[in-house]
Design a protein around this ligand. Structure first.
Ligand SMILES: [Zn+2]
Length: 637
């Protein structure tokens, strides 16, 4: 439980809050409003204090017998007396402290008592983030809900991909072209994959047409999202893909593309001065809206290199470093630090000798000649400024890639961070890594976040970021606790009211589908429904969506070192733990439970008519797959 995840804590009994005056800060008061109170409660106030007074710090050090110094985002909560105090050096720490009080009550057996004592929480790393796309303009709530969840889990940063999904006043042609582009990519489910992987003989970038729901947000709307984050102490890093993933710039400006023979160009020409007139116009507007401390400039999947007449013959590493440095310097003049996806500066040779990232890819033809199909860019690591932040997403291919950043003193933050797969966390943190951020490469809403395993990553991430006793060997124990936390957190409202408690599973086995550049297809994924018939004949239908509230019973709960698991030379993610993706995607709405060798799933469904007796429950399978839906238990709560 989250309430047991503290660096230091003393506890002596517990007590309930009496009705108490709310703090002036509306965010803190909104969180504390979730605290249950009783007329005869013990606690009578919560005071928020910043910065942490020296005397409080010294008392904590003595009490916990440590000489630890405070770090950014650490906080103390003192519940020993009737007047509760929360201490931190910034708003974010105070918010974490408020959540700590609420979570203590939520996890208590009576659902309302807060333990009496002193707690002091210190994060293990400074960067704890999530990368997402812009929400759709008519679903901003998905964004604010995600930010609230992040704060309750003690995260501090959200990376928001801007791309074509924000209004550009100086270049409205970008927004107009973005709409057409996204509409084309969404025309049928395989369209984006077809363009990326089946149309041209060269490597192409993944297509982020789900960004902004395939539309764009006005600058005022985006300002509102940024303000929502800043009011909560949440850092916002805008991500503006440049050099590569530049489709949003190139659709209306094909004259700037590196390839003239690609109807869907994704790389711009870094030798054309006109490129930078456009790039800096766009960045100027993003800076104006976000006022960021850090800007993420993409630079991943740079494949079309040295093709155009201006670039032909130039060194690939110099082209890459030249572009990155130009943008870095422009940002630095404005006091903004540069972050980038870092695989192209790695001579990324995998554990089986495969060439990825910035390494050279060559083909030996039967006549003995060599063709370089992807020139090496890795030497750029020594050509770019050292104060960049490397968003390192190749951690899963080989652990030793970390060293390239650490030995140069380049800040290393893990990207596409997947806690359940991550190997050797404690050692890598000690070597210099500054934290990590999972990514969500799809439309921003709960169902897709869940099915891409993002919720599992976020709930596991809390432990890795905050638990100093973290031990890879204790994974099975963590997994049980995290599944429970996720289920409770997702279903808190439902479980508190009249509901049906259902345990079920299926002998239907479908392949796992990661949702990126392919939308979620609810109709395809629906395998059946429950028909709940009340005594008066009214029928409630509960849809069963594979991967969302039910999946197959044959799940693997153990994880294994991937390097020894598969004899598959093409497998990139070899230096990781394996983990069953179908178990990941179904957690949050459901609680996976083991019965013998089978996995069952508990779900909670609101009962709209608690006053009526349920006369019958029917299982209706509607898909043509082999196998059945198995209803184990159905309880009216
Ligand atoms: Zn060029």
């Amino acid at each position: 439980m989250l309430s047991s995840l503290h660096t230091y804590r003393t506890a002596n009994g517990s007590a309930v809050f009496a009705p108490f005056p709310m703090p002036e800060n509306p965010v803190l008061s909104e969180i504390l409003a979730k605290l249950p109170t009783a007329p005869d409660g013990f606690y009578r106030s919560v005071e928020f204090v910043q910065p942490i007074p020296d005397a409080v710090l010294r008392e904590a050090q003595t009490l916990f017998d440590t000489n630890r110094a405070p770090v950014e985002d650490c906080y103390l909560v003192d519940t020993r007396e009737r007047d509760v105090r929360v201490y931190a050096d910034g708003l974010r720490g105070l918010i974490y402290g408020a959540y700590a009080l609420v979570q203590d009550a939520e996890d208590a057996e009576d659902g309302q008592s807060v333990r009496r004592g002193l707690l002091w929480d210190l994060p293990r790393c400074p960067f704890r983030g999530l990368k997402v796309y812009m929400p759709a303009p008519d679903d901003l709530e998905s964004f604010t809900r995600t930010v609230d969840l992040l704060l309750s889990l003690r995260y501090n940063t959200i990376i928001l991909e801007v791309g074509g999904a924000m209004e550009y006043k100086s270049h409205p042609e970008i927004n107009a072209a973005w709409i057409d582009y996204c509409r084309e990519m969404a025309r049928y489910p395989d369209r984006a994959n077809e363009i990326q992987n089946k149309t041209y003989p060269w490597d192409k970038n993944s297509i982020h047409f789900e960004n902004g729901g395939g539309r764009w947000l006005t600058q005022d709307t985006v300002r509102g999202l940024v303000e929502y984050c800043r009011d909560r102490g949440m850092e916002v890093i805008p991500e503006c893909p440049t050099l590569s993933h530049a489709d949003y710039l190139l659709m209306p400006h094909p004259e700037l593309a590196e390839r003239s023979d690609d109807a869907w160009p994704d790389v711009y020409c870094p030798s054309n001065p006109d490129t930078y007139r456009l790039v800096f116009d766009v960045l100027e507007e993003v800076v104006d809206v976000f006022r960021p401390k850090i800007m993420h400039i993409g630079h991943d999947e740079y494949y079309s290199i040295g093709i155009c007449p201006r670039c032909r013959g130039k060194d690939a590493a110099e082209l890459y470093a030249g572009d990155l440095t130009k943008i870095h310097d422009w940002l630095a003049e404005r006091g903004i630090r540069t972050m980038f996806w870092a695989e192209k500066v790695l001579d990324a040779i995998g554990l089986n000798g495969e060439h990825f990232g910035g390494s050279e890819a060559r083909v030996r033809h039967p006549d003995g000649t060599v063709e370089i199909v992807r020139p090496a860019t890795w030497r750029a690591i020594d050509l770019i400024p050292r104060d960049v932040i490397a968003h390192h997403w190749y951690w899963s291919i080989a652990e030793y890639f970390d060293d390239e950043f650490n030995k140069r003193g380049i800040t290393l933050w893990y990207g596409n961070f997947a806690p359940v797969n991550f190997l050797d966390w404690n050692r890598r943190l000690a070597q210099g890594a500054g934290g990590g951020s999972p990514s969500h490469w799809s439309s921003l809403e709960d169902a897709t976040l869940q099915r891409n395993g993002v919720f599992l990553s976020l709930f596991f991430g809390v432990r890795m970021f905050w638990d100093e006793t973290w031990d890879d060997a204790r994974f099975p124990e963590y997994l049980d606790a995290v599944f429970e936390e996720m289920f409770t957190s997702c279903n808190r409202k439902t479980l508190a009211g009249p509901h049906f408690d259902i345990e079920h599973t299926a002998t239907i086995e479908r392949r796992y589908q990661y949702l990126s550049s392919v939308p979620m297809q609810v109709e395809r994924d629906t395998v059946g429904r429950y028909e709940v018939e009340y005594e008066d004949g009214e029928v409630l239908s509960i849809p069963l969506v594979y991967g969302l509230n039910i999946t197959g019973k044959s799940r693997v709960w153990e994880r294994h070192y991937q390097g020894e698991l598969y004899d598959n030379p093409g497998l990139a993610e070899r230096d990781t733990w394996s983990f069953d993706s179908k178990l990941a995607e179904v957690s949050y709405t459901t609680l996976p439970i083991r019965h013998g060798g089978d996995t069952w799933y508990r779900i909670a469904v609101p009962n709209p008519h608690p006053e009526k007796r349920v006369a019958a429950v029917r299982v209706v399978k509607t898909c043509a797959d082999e196998g059945d839906i198995l209803l184990g238990s159905f309880a009216v709560m």
